[in-house]
Every structure is written in structure tokens, then in C-alpha cells.
Ligand binder design. Structure first.
Ligand code: SF4
Length: 358
């Protein structure tokens, strides 16, 4: 569908990133890592929501201790240790069982420190993500390009990957993040033809729930439709569970993954003669637990309603205070406005139980 870039396969725990493998969803805890119980609870909640790789900051000796403890408590959920500034935290996290270490080359320090991290990761055969960020680009690259640029981000990633390669380490994932979408695109377009390491993609510091979701999906989708990206993180100033929900919706909308029902509902307009918005919202809420790829149309009138409803597993095309129920392209019966949500949910559950989706 999209002409996906051919990347090599790198693993984080049991999850394979790159190649033909599905594009995975990552998020990051926002608890204090030293708070083991709180962090374990959040990791488990993220995994239950569909997060496939969880990142945790390891920024202090207390956090490193917490990391070791929570590693033992979360089973085999793939766990990434996020490291800035202190390479000793990376070594501690590797020894505590991290499945991947994310280092920010702009703030990790000398080549010797990077070598120490690479050697430790090599001993445990775990991967490293070279995570370049526009907020912490190396000064010489800022000077060389008269500011922070996409080219500078790409050059930082190339330079730091080559450094790891010099240490005979090539179990690498790369990310180049900015809060600026054109800059992010430029960085990836420069980097991608030069190396085949898998790409973790995202728009950093994208903002609050609503605007950040839109900005993230605009940027990440632009990359994915160019075939760039093997694992994603939507970054929101919000509960990290929302990042996972947004990533699932985005990947499903792009038809790259399937996580559950797809609802096709119209925006309503002056023609609508039922109160459609609460009906659509109620159905969405009541089928949130369903993981099967059923298609549902909730349409306000006969202009596009029958056409959309016929293409779905189940659907309604509403009229004045009532609607026509369609199932697998056929008209079933007329239903009143008040019963629409209940009938749709009931029919959805029956179809899911039968396993007979279009
Ligand atoms: Fe309006 Fe009908 Fe289109 Fe809904 S389907 S937006 S009610 S014209």
C-alpha cells in the first residue's frame, strides 16, 4: 500500500522492529521510576491498552534501583531505559535487564562513554536507540547549519550511529525528533537513504491531548505514508494511555494495523433529523472493549447513509426520528431513534461472536 522502506530487523525484548514486521506502538511512563508500585501499575495499564514497548526514565541511582525492581515485576513486557547525561545509568539499566537503551547523543558525553554503553549492551545482546532530539542537538551541528535544522538532526544521527559501528555495535534503532514537522520530515528524508536501521518516529513535545494528537498524527502519518517508520510514539502532555489510544486510531486509520471496530459516522448537518452525535458516541464507548475489525456506519440521512451502511458489517441510515438498519449490505428493518444505540451494539456483539466480519 505504502512503499515501505526496507529496514533491517532489530529486537526490543521479544518484539521485532523493522523489516516486514508490523509498526509497533510505544509510550513512556510519567511516574517516578523509584516509585516501583506506581510505575509497575502504569506499565501494566499501558500494556493492557495495547502499548507494545514501554520506556521508563532512568535518571538517578534511585531510579536505577527502581528499574531493577520493576523489571522483575512486569514479566516480559519490552522495556526501554531512557538515558540522558549519565552513562552509568545506562550501564546500571542494562545490567538490570533493560531490553533497549535509548541514548541521546547530544548529552551523553565522550566517545568513551558511548563505547562503555555499547560494550555493556553487546554483552547482553540488547539494542540501543540513538535518539536525536532538536532540543539537544550538538552545538557544532547547530553552528554548521546556522541553527537547528533537519539536516543537522540527520547528521547527528549518522555521526552517532557510525560511532557505535566503530565499536562493532550495529543492533541499533534510530530516532530524529523535533516539534517542527517539516524539520522532522527533512531529517528522515536525508537519513533514510543512507542507512537501513529501523526508525522510531514521533513528533516530540507535540502538546496537549487535542492539539498534540493532531500534530503527532499529522507528522507521523506524513512519514508513514512515505514508507518511513517502524515503531511510533505519540508524545502528549496527557495520560500516556491517551498516547496509545491515539497511536492505535492513527495506525488503523492508515490501514497499517487493525485493533478494533471502525466507525464511519457522518458529521451531521442541517439535513439530520435524529440526535446522531450522542448515539455515535454511545456506540463508540460501548464497543471500546471489542478487538475485532468490524465496520459500523452511523449516518444521518439518505444522502450518503445507505451507500456507507451497505459497505459495512452493520449500519444505520437515519431519517426523521428513525433509521434503516443495514446488515452486510442488506436492509434489515426500520428502527426508532431511541433504540438505535442498543440495536447497533447488540448487532455488533452478535456479528463479533459469529466471527463473520466483512
Ligand atoms: Fe448531512 Fe446526510 Fe451527510 Fe450526514 S450523511 S452529513 S446528515 S448529508
Amino acid at each position: 500500500m505504502y512503499n515501505r522502506r526496507k529496514s533491517r530487523v532489530v529486537k526490543i525484548g521479544e518484539v521485532a522492529i523493522g523489516g516486514e514486521h508490523p509498526i509497533t506502538i510505544e509510550s513512556m511512563t510519567n511516574t517516578k521510576t523509584a516509585d516501583v508500585e506506581g510505575t509497575v501499575a502504569q506499565i501494566k495499564a499501558l500494556a493492557a491498552e495495547g502499548c507494545e514497548i514501554v520506556r521508563v526514565t532512568v535518571n538517578t541511582p534511585d531510579a536505577a534501583e527502581g528499574f531493577a525492581a520493576l523489571r522483575r515485576k512486569i514479566g516480559n513486557i519490552p522495556l526501554v531505559a531512557d538515558i540522558h547525561f549519565d552513562y552509568k545509568m545506562a550501564i546500571a539499566a542494562i545490567e538490570a535487564g533493560a531490553d533497549n537503551i535509548r541514548i541521546n547523543p547530544g548529552n551523553i558525553g565522550s566517545a568513551d562513554r558511548v563505547r562503555a554503553i555499547a560494550d555493556a549492551a553487546g554483552r547482553r545482546s540488547i539494542s540501543i536507540r540513538v535518539g536525536v532530539n532538536s532540543g539537544s542537538l550538538e552545538q557544532d551541528l547547530i553552528d554548521a547549519h546556522s541553527g537547528v535544522t533537519g539536516r543537522g538532526l540527520a547528521e547527528s544521527a549518522l555521526r552517532n550511529v557510525r560511532l557505535l559501528e566503530q565499536f562493532d555495535f550495529d543492533n541499533i534503532i534510530v530516532s530524529m525528533k523535533a516539534s517542527n514537522i517539516p524539520m522532522t520530515l527533512e531529517a528522515h528524508e536525508i537519513f533514510a537513504p543512507q542507512m537501513d536501521y529501523p526508525l522510531h518516529i514521533g513528533i516530540t513535545e507535540a502538546g496537549t491531548l487535542y492539539s498534540g494528537t493532531i500534530k503527532s498524527t499529522a507528522g507521523i502519518s506524513s512519514l508513514l505514508t512515505r514508507g518511513l517508520g517502524d515503531t511510533v510514539r505519540i508524545s502528549l502532555t496527557a495520560d500516556p494511555i491517551e498516547e496509545v489510544r491515539a497511536a492505535k486510531e492513527m495506525l488503523q486509520a492508515l490501514r497499517l494495523r487493525t485493533f478494533g471496530p471502525e466507525i464511519i459516522s457522518c458529521p451531521t448537518c442541517g439535513r439530520t433529523e435524529v440526535d446522531l452525535i450522542p448515539i455515535a458516541n454511545e456506540v463508540r464507548q460501548r464497543i471500546r472493549h471489542i478487538a475485532s475489525p468490524i465496520s459500523v456506519a452511523i449516518m444521518g440521512c439518505v444522502v450518503n447513509g445507505p451507500g456507507e451502511a451497505k459497505e459495512c458489517d452493520i449500519g444505520i441510515a437515519a431519517g426523521k426520528g428513525a433509521g434503516i438498519l443495514f446488515k452486510k449490505g442488506e436492509i434489515v428493518r426500520k428502527i426508532s431513534e431511541v433504540e438505535m444505540a442498543d440495536v447497533l451494539v447488540c448487532e455488533i456483539e452478535k456479528i463479533v461472536e459469529s466471527g463473520n466480519m466483512l
